[in-house]
Design a binder for this molecule. Structure first.
Ligand code: GLN
Length: 192
């Protein structure tokens, strides 16, 4: 099983460390489009979505990755990664990959100072709550018919969803000691 983590910018090292702890052999930091060859799935980490999108163009990854995802390549976006995958996003000058049928609001909970941690009920992970870290996080404001909502905040805001082989979380599972979202991605999205 070969899982890559987009390593252009943001919290990619944390994802790689967790994948290693879960026994994924040599998770790969991805910086070149040629590295997509032979990959079984990719994580787009948190960071700054506008910067990530610009870098994806500079490194000639944007179109290659978009085509791959549209053909069913498994992908998981966390925070900025979710924004990159969404169909539309508010306050964003950069066009997104627009592969997942969700509308996204950037910085939906305010600025850095409004970052927070909360216990989430995520039924697909089992009964015990998941301590989720939100850092200038986005929210999903609209989910299309093919999108399955996986978690909401107590006020109803959607913060985790999947569509076919695409997983999106507004929070940072790579910053907690709970590896259940990573396990879920490996077992439900990666076929080999
Ligand atoms: N606010 C960032 C953005 O708009 C996302 C923050 C994060 O990934 N922690 O891209």
């Amino acid at each position: 099983m070969k899982i890559g983590v987009l390593a252009l910018q943001g919290a990619f090292i944390e994802h790689i460390r967790i994948l290693q702890q879960l026994g994924v052999s040599s998770p790969l930091p991805i910086r070149l489009p040629a590295q997509f060859k032979g990959l079984d799935g990719l994580i787009i980490p948190g960071g700054e979505s506008s910067t990530l999108l610009k870098l994806m163009h500079s490194f000639e990854m944007f179109n290659v990755l978009r085509e791959l995802i549209l053909k069913g390549f498994p992908i998981w976006g966390t925070c900025a990664g979710l924004i990159v995958m969404g169909k539309t996003s508010s306050n964003n000058d950069e066009a997104t990959l627009a592969v997942m049928d969700i509308a996204v609001k950037r910085n939906a909970f305010g600025r850095q100072i409004d970052s927070f941690e909360t216990d989430l009920d995520i039924p697909i992970l089992g009964a015990s709550p998941f301590k989720a870290v939100f850092i200038r996080a986005p929210a999903i404001t609209k989910a299309g018919a093919k999108v399955e909502v996986l978690a909401k905040l107590s006020d109803g805001t959607i913060i985790a969803a999947r569509q076919e082989k695409m997983l999106a979380t507004a929070f940072h599972p790579e910053l907690s000691n709970d590896f259940r979202v990573h396990q879920y991605f490996i077992s439900e999205f990666i076929t080999k």
